[in-house]
Design a protein around this ligand. Structure first.
Ligand SMILES: [Zn+2]
Length: 56
């Protein structure tokens, strides 16, 4: 199953979810309504951390 890493732009909270699932409207961490950013990146450029650091 393909995973997507989502990041809250407000508090920086990240979590993985199935690619078929949409991110929640509200962040678990800061309890704010936020637009989760897809930071999934598994190429070496991103340091193999599973996150695209270029996206902040
Ligand atoms: Zn948040």
């Amino acid at each position: 199953m393909e995973k997507i890493t989502w990041k809250c732009p407000k508090c920086g909270y990240t979590f993985d979810a199935d690619a078929s699932e949409a991110p929640p409207e509200t962040c678990k961490m800061c309890k704010e309504k936020c637009q989760f950013v897809n930071v999934t990146c598994y190429i070496p450029e991103c340091g193999m951390t599973g996150q695209d650091t270029r996206l902040g």
